[in-house]
Design a protein around this ligand. Structure first.
Ligand code: DQA
Length: 153
C-alpha cells in the first residue's frame, strides 16, 4: 500500500476558485473548476498517478485538508488563491506535513496588483507556475509525476 500512497497527488484550490468559469473570465478563463479537475484526473490516470481534489473558501478547512495529506500524498499542488498573499497558517501547514508542493496560479500574479506579488508559499515550494492559465495545473501534475517516479528508482 505504501506504493499507492507515494503515487498520490493532492490538488488543492482555495477561495473563489469554485467560481472559475464565471469569475473574471478575462483573467481566469471560461473553464470551470470541475472541468479542470476532470481533465487532471484523466492526465493523472494516464501517468499512473492517483489524484485527489479539494476546494474550500475557508482557511481552516484548507489547513485541515493539508494535515490529512501527511503520509497520504506524495505531492501537493496548491492554488491557495488570495490566501497565497496572506496566510502564514497555510505556509505552516505545508511545512508541517513535509509533503513537497508546487504553487500554481492561473493568472500571472506578477503582472497584477502589487499585493499579489508576495507569496507566503513560494520560497518553500518545489516550484511555482503562474500565468499559464489552467494548463499550469497540468504542467505541475506532469512534473510531480516525474519527480515521484524518480524517487522510486
Ligand atoms: C490566483 C491569483 C490570486 O492573486 C487570486 O487571489 C486568486 C487566484 C490565480 O490563480 O491566478 O484567487 O491564485
Amino acid at each position: 500500500m505504501a506504493e499507492s500512497k507515494q503515487q498520490s497527488v493532492l490538488i488543492i484550490n482555495g477561495p473563489n476558485l469554485d467560481l472559475l468559469g464565471k469569475r473574471e473570465p478575462g483573467i481566469y478563463g471560461s473553464e470551470t473548476l470541475k472541468s479542470i479537475c476532470d481533465h487532471l484526473k484523466d492526465v493523472g490516470d494516464s501517468l499512473g498517478i492517483r489524484t485527489e481534489f479539494f476546494q474550500s473558501n475557508s482557511e481552516g478547512a484548507l489547513v485541515d485538508r493539508i494535515h490529512e495529506a501527511m503520509g497520504n500524498a506524495g505531492f501537493i499542488i496548491i492554488n491557495a488563491g488570495a490566501y497565497t498573499h496572506t496566510s502564514v497558517a497555510i505556509r505552516d501547514a505545508l511545512l508541517g506535513v513535509s509533503v513537497p508542493f508546487f504553487e500554481v496560479h492561473i493568472s500571472n500574479v506578477h503582472a497584477r496588483e502589487e499585493f499579489r506579488h508576495h507569496s507566503y508559499l513560494s520560497d518553500k515550494a518545489a516550484g511555482v507556475i503562474c500565468g499559464f492559465g489552467s494548463f499550469g495545473y497540468e504542467c505541475a501534475l506532469r512534473r510531480a509525476a516525474m519527480l515521484l517516479s524518480d524517487g522510486k528508482k
